[in-house]
Ligand binder design. Structure first.
Ligand code: SF4
Length: 238
């Protein structure tokens, strides 16, 4: 890790006031991530512990750290932002995920809590995008036997095909997916609801079904001449 980057991260972490009221978490974070507590661990140089704290409330820290609207959420509620710049919470969150090792899995974080299939219940999760992955991970960590049914031949959904590489690197999505799958989640690819996958069949096999099929229909821009022809054969359709 470059010294310059480490120095910058330590400065950011030290800039946090460790506020007791923690508005960044309580008001600004929809997940309720324990922000000052994970930042404290960054200050102490214990990224594994920081990851464990984050993992209490999220299984997508490398992704949320990059694409959440921080200015509106956690950083928008940061006390430091009242008179100056807020703490770079998103950057700290990404930094933690980017620098934990392969061994620092979600399962290791929850070693004490996970008892393999302690509920003896099977759950089908339809859709392997962010909602499905999150539901699957939290269910698996709580001892349910989870199978994800995914339409494509990869997991991640919109995180993969809806967000460009410069905003969210595919490598980060893949690292996240691998950590989630290590919880013992089964995946069945190329399974599309209504085509080769039916709710009735799932109801017969599972105790519960989580539908995380997303909202993939894009909307058209409401602009005049949106159907102008670019050439004789091509139609522009925004
Ligand atoms: S509000 Fe800002 S300064 Fe206070 S604990 Fe949260 S991140 Fe730190």
């Amino acid at each position: 890790m470059q010294n310059e980057k480490l120095k910058e991260i330590n400065e950011q972490a030290s800039y946090c006031l460790n506020c007791k009221a923690k508005p960044c978490s309580n008001k600004g974070c929809p997940l309720g991530n324990n922000i000052p507590v994970f930042i404290e661990q960054v200050k102490l140089g214990d990224l594994k512990k920081a990851y464990e704290i984050l993992s209490d409330t999220t299984v997508l820290p490398g992704i949320c750290g990059r694409i959440c609207p921080h200015k509106k959420q956690c950083q928008g509620s940061c006390v430091r932002g009242i008179k100056g710049e807020p703490v770079s919470i998103g950057e700290l969150e990404s930094f933690i995920f980017d620098n934990i090792s392969e061994e620092d899995s979600l399962k290791n974080c929850y070693k004490e809590e996970i008892k393999e299939n302690k509920n003896n219940k099977k759950i089908a999760v339809v859709g392997g995008g962010p909602a499905g992955l999150t539901a699957a991970a939290f269910l698996a960590r709580n001892g349910f036997q989870v199978t994800i049914y995914e339409k494509y031949d990869y997991l991640g959904g919109l995180l993969v095909h809806g967000i460009p590489e410069f905003r969210l690197e595919k490598e980060i999505v893949e690292k996240t997916v691998q950590k989630i799958l290590k919880l013992g989640i089964d995946v069945k690819y190329n399974q599309e609801l209504g085509k080769n996958l039916y709710l009735q069949d799932l109801e017969n096999q599972y105790d519960a079904i989580f539908l995380g099929i997303g909202a993939n229909k894009s909307s058209k821009m409401d602009v005049k001449r949106r159907k102008l022809k670019r050439s004789n054969s091509e139609e522009m359709n925004f």
